[in-house]
Design a protein around this ligand. Sequence first.
Ligand code: ADP
Ligand code: ZN
Ligand code: ZN
Length: 805
Amino acid sequence: MKGESALQVAQVIVDVPTRQTNSPFSYSIPDHLADQIQPGMRVQVPFGHRKITGFIVGITDSSSFDGKLKPIADLIDLYPVINPELLDLAQWLADQTYSFKISCLQTMLPGGMRTKSKKKLIAKNQQICAKYPEIFHGEPEIEYDRQQFDNQTLAEILKLQKMGDIRVEYNLTNHARPIMLKAYSGNLDQQEIQAALKTVRKNAIGQIKLLKTLSQHPNDTLLLTKWESMGVTAGTLKTAEKKGWVSATLKRHVRNPFLREVAPTKPFELQPDQQKAVSSIEKAVSQKKDQVFLLEGVTGSGKTEVYLQSIAHALAMGRTALMLVPEITLTPQIVGRIRSRFGDQVAMLHSAMSSGERYDEWQRINQGKAKVVVGVRSAVFAPLTNIGLIIMDEEHDSSYKQADNPRYQTRDVAKWRAAYNHCPVVLGSATPSLESRARAMKGVYTLLSLPHRINQHALPHVSIIDMKTEMAKHHSALSTKLADAIQVRLDKHEQVILLLNRRGYSAFLMCRDCGYVPRCPNCDISLTMHKDTHTLNCHYCGHKEPVPTVCPKCHSKRIRFYGMGSQQLEEQVKNMFPTARVLRMDVDTTRKKGSHEAIIDKFGAHKADILLGTQMIAKGLDFPEVTLVGVLNADSALQFPDFRSSERTFELLTQVSGRSGRADKTGEVIIQTFNPDHYAIQLAKTQDYEKFYATEMRVRHDGKYPPYYYTVKLTGNSPSENQTASEMFGIMNFLKKNLSPNAIILGPTPKTITRINNHYYYQIIIKYRKEPHLKATLDDILVQSQKKQRQGLQIAIDNEPLDFM
Ligand code: ADP
Ligand code: ZN
Ligand code: ZN
């Protein structure tokens, strides 16, 4: 028996996203779990009439709760899955992003470990199942997704649950789990093997084979598949096990996300600018300073080499390193370069990996087996300990901001972890975000620059084609100049990249007689033609419908496609250059696992002449044979009514230009645009970041945009436009009442695409420089939003949104 004073209480954040459950609930710890339980483990706990999952965030000696505590029902984990650092981080993240703590904790785990998604509803018996077809549809067990039921049915389920006619089960087995494989090892020494060989019959071929194999692998534990590959069957092994010749064990199989082996490489001798950068970073690593560096350098200036040598230094100091890259630049090329230096110490976290692979990589990190983690946005939560360096490549990239709750900016999380671990952060980019550059100018960040391309390669020659005059001459998507330049490259057996930032076949379909444009029935947006599936698709809600052959409105047959997409470009290019080998890379051709790599490999091996695609092809790729890059619609980003559209355009053009002429051949870039005089396009031509920064900062200053102002975006949506609008007006008034007169409150206004999936979206933008009441006011709105949610209104708070759209 334990004494009174030893009574411990577990503090649990339960998996119920509400304001009340944002603070931990107290549970008593049953004796049989007392010596296992630790903060950071997941548990199952009783909650109301249900059993739900939660995270232990602390263990205390007493509880502020007066009543009798309920005991924890079960432990899900055998070891903590959230370490002490990440527990602290979850609290900060919840505050920072106005999210629930449970969403923050869930976000930190790889998808396969989230326990929430699989709940089962199980009928007590066949009678119950038959009696409630609206719940069970004749199946005795169903997956329990609350959204599928209306309120009345949900109430009924709750009633049945109380009566014990239905139970809810948490099915954890469907999630990523370790794979255990059967392995066999020998029990005989060489003499015993020889002796055994004499005892077996001559025709017992299987056993003879087994004994001979055993004598070659006397001390190995080999997987069943390995035995089989050597000609020993499972049956023979079973017989041998009975005879005591071999013993069976279970061996943990670690799924390996790396598609191929890489040969080790040595660090380069650094150029003077690289050396300066590495020295500064190394000094901060050694001195354990949480300094933030902005490493500025065009593509090919040697940034990656700086990262690699700085990581090597952190490892040499006995610490770990985290390297973050944007979603689409995490290519086999970059991962290969990192593994060629650091080998098996590298773990990768990427959304294109299977959930099993991610689970295994995550385990390797959590167990301290991986010292270098390379990954996308969510890898910023990798359970590394003792971090000595954090790198964020292409720090300006928009994939670093999470679009759903918690809406965090990876850069901020990286800086938080750097402060916690006493280590520096390196933000790298050819086109830093204005926020980061402005901080570097103020001295908040330390600016390091690599002004030259390695080997002094000249930047590519860039020309701009005015498509207004071009379109008057012909109707091809390729200007005469671009078409001619492609032919020249094909003749010289060099490679070409073509960027068209629009997937699908065409932007929209229109009747030439009555002007009818097919639109999504659920959203305020026209449908996109997809020729491979012969459907019109909505890129917002996924709606699909057949392509009409006659106009549904006036029955005319003159239906035409407008606005070319990547599928149609592929068709046109193949027609114009019938002998060229063409590859297309966009969301539609890279859905299957491995297809992205396959395209890159094929193009890299020069098994294709032209690679065309959406912005996926703009970044991170390094093909020495590419000497021409064509940008078909440089205006695609400029068209958005947003303060960041110039920045995005400049970034994209600079990046894609960096793809041309990386080896010993000088590159050429041809940019087609309807806005040839726009400063973002003109300055991308000369790759003049300095001037772009100065020009854009003036625009931001005059428009009161970031980085001069901090911003918050509040979005509301509901199935009724009236409700959305009136609720948002209410919020606007609340803000006006509570914030200081200096705060700028814009809206509510309908969003650019007001209706998506039959929900109406309105937004309010808050701009401020200093606003002491902001946090409390937004926290209030968060509390109110819970009541509103029951009336069908969803409110989202986005702290420092990427755009105002
Ligand atoms: P970035 O990351 O800025 O695009 P990289 O680090 O990829 O630049 O460097 C561009 C090319 O130059 C790569 O092929 C790289 O291997 C090579 N390189 C980088 N640093 C050196 C160096 N100090 N000496 C020789 N080659 C280098
Ligand atoms: Zn018509
Ligand atoms: Zn739609």
